[in-house]
Write a protein that binds this ligand. Sequence first.
Ligand code: ADP
Ligand code: MG
Length: 700
Amino acid sequence: MTSSFLQNAVGYLKGVGPKRAEILKKEFNIETFGDLLTYYPFRYVDRTRFTKISEIRDDQQYVQLRGHFVNIQLIGERKGRRLSAVFADQTGTIEVIWFAGIHWVKDIIIPGAEFILFGKPNLFNGNLNFSHPEIEKVTPESSVKPLIFSPVYNTTEKSKAAGFDSRGMMKLVKTLLATAPKIPETFPDDLRESFKLVPLDTALRDIHFPNSQAALDKATFRLKFEELFFIQMDLIGAKMSRKENVRGFHFNIVGNYFNTLYKECLPFALTEAQKRVLREIRKDVGSGFQMNRLLQGDVGSGKTIVALMTMLMALDNGFQACLMAPTEILAVQHFRSLTALSGKLNIRIELLTGSTKIKKRREIFSGLQDGSVHILVGTHALMEDTVQFSNLGLVVIDEQHRFGVEQRSILWNKNSSVPHVLVMTATPIPRTLAMALYGDLDISVIDELPPGRTPASTAHRFDSDRLRLFGFMRQQIEEGRQIYIVYPLIQESEKMDYKDLMDGYESITRSFPKPQYQISIVHGKMKAEDKDFEMERFRNKQTQIMVATSVIEVGVDIPNASVMIIESAERFGLSQLHQLRGRVGRGASQSFCILMSSKKLSDEAKTRIETMVSSTDGFVIAEVDMKLRGPGDLMGTKQSGIMELKLADLTKDQAVLDLARKAATLVLNEDPHLTLQKNRCLVELMKSKKGHESKWSRIS
Ligand code: ADP
Ligand code: MG
C-alpha cells in the first residue's frame, strides 16, 4: 500500500542523506515522509511582490526586496563578531547583519550581484535593519515562477546552517510531493462528502502550495478537522467501550441519608442548577452504567453540597465514598464542612492526609476494611496502595486541574468493580478545552450562584497607593470584616518570595499593631498543625488579617472575610486570581478584591488585570485565559492529544471541533467496533498512530 510511502525515512529523500536527516529529526522531529508533509507552513507570502527600501516600516511582518549588497565588512572580536552589509535598491539602503554562519554568508554575497532578500525588518537604535534574512541570488532559473502563496516554515539556527532555512524546507517538500504517489484517503467517502472535506491528497498538497486562498482554506479545514476528529474518536470510543464493558454499581435506593439531609440538615434551599445537576447524577448512578461525570461550576457555585449528596446516594445503597482534594488545607476544610453538614446523620467520616499519624492511619484502614468508615476525605494520600476499601462505590475528585488525568484511574482500581467517578473543576474551563480533554466524560454545569451573593468589587492599585489601602483596611476591620493578603509563591524564586511574604507581614504588623489588631500567617513551610491553628484563629475571628501565600487559593470558605488583597498580582495567572477572589463575596455584604501591582506591567499582565477588574464571570475569564496562555499550558498538562495538534487551535477552532465531534459520534454510533468495510481506512490510521495499539486492539 502507498501508506507505507509516508513511513519512508526522510533520509531517503533526494538531497537529504543520513547526516541532514539527523538534523531534521533533532530540530523538527521529522523522521518520515509523513512527518515532513505534516510539517506545515506557518504563513504564506506573496513572492511576486517586492517592497521598495524607502517604503519599509518597522511594523511590517515580512518584506521581500530586490537589490544588491555593497560595503560588506566583518566587525568586532570573538563573541561580538558579526558580518555587516548594506543592501541597496534604487530607492535607498538598509543594513543587514549576521551573527552566525558568517563565513558561509560571506562567500555568497558577492558585491554587486542581484539578490532577493526576504525577512522581517527590525528597529534597532532608531534604525531599520535585518538580521539573518533569507537571501537568494537571482539567476535566470530562480526567477522562473515566484508563488503568490509561497509557504514559510519555522526554522532554527542549526537547521539553517544545514541549508534548511524556510526556502530549503520548501524545496524539500516540493521534491517529496513531486515524487509522491496519491496519498491514500483516511476518511470514508460518505463522511468526507457530508462534512465537505477535500481529499487528503489534495489537502496535503494545497497546504504547502495553495493556488488560491480558497484552496488554502479548504486544505486547512480538512487537516484541522482530521486532527480533532481522531482525538474525539479516542475519547468517544473510550466512553462507549466503558459503557459497554464496565458495569456500574446500581444505586437504586434514594434512602435515609439523602432524604434526611435534604429535608432536615440543609441550611439553605438548593439552587435550580444544583437540583438539575443532582438529577443528572442520579440518573447516571441509577442506570447500571458507571458514571464518569465532570462537574463544572464557578467559584462559590456550591459544588461541595452536590458532592456530599452524591456521596450519600452511595451510602444509602450500602457503599463507601471518598473525596480527594489537591491540598491539605482544602482536604481539612472539606472534612470539616462535610462533618458539620451531616452532623445529624450518624455517619463516620475520616480524614487522611500526609500528616495523619500512624495510629490514626491504622484505625482508618481497619475502618475502611470493616466498612465502618463511610466517607474518607483526603489528599493524594488516598492513592497509596495501603488504602483499601471494603466497598467503594463513588470517588469524588475536587479541583481536578491539580491532578493528572491518569491519577483518576488509580482510584478506580481500588475496588474489584469500578466505582462511579465525579470530577469537579476549581474554575470553569472553556468549552473547547472541556471537549478536548474531558470528551470521554459527561458534563454537568452549575451555571447559577446561590442567591444573595454580591459580586466582589475589584480594583487595581499601585504600590504607591498603599497608605490609602491601609486606611480602607482599618475601616473594614472596624465594621467587623476580615481580610486576606496573598503573596505569590513561585517555586523558582521561592527564597525571594518568602522574603517578600515576611517583609509584607512585618510591615502589616507595624501598621496594624497588637493588641488592637491580630494577624495570622499561613505558608507552605509551616507544619500542618500550625497552619491549622492559624486558619482556625482566623475562622473564629480571633484574627482580622490573614497573610498567606497562595496555599489558601483553593476552596477555603470563610464567609466573614470580605476583602482579598493580592500582592504582586501581575505574577498570578488569571484562573488563580479568579480563584483567590472567589474566597470573598461568600456572604451577603459587599466584598472587595484589590489587585496590587508595580507600575511596570507586561501587556499580558495588563490584560489579566483588566479582565479581572471588568468581569466576575468565571466562564468569561476562562476563555480569556485560554487565549492568553494557550490550551496546553492552561491545564498544566501535556498528556492529552491536544498537545499534538499541529494546525488546529482550540482557542479559535470551536466550530471545527464541534463538527469533528459530531462526525466521530456519527461514525461510532453507526459502527461502534469499526467493523464496516468503509471504515477500514479509519482503523488503519488509528492503528498506525503511536500509543493507540492497546486502545483499539479489540478491533479486528
Ligand atoms: P465551590 O463550588 O466553589 O466549591 P462551595 O461548595 O464551597 O463552592 O460553596 C460556596 C458557599 O456557598 C458555601 O458556603 C456553601 O455553604 C454555600 N452554598 C452552597 N449552595 C448554596 C445554596 N443553594 N444557597 C446558599 N448558599 C449555598
Ligand atoms: Mg470547592
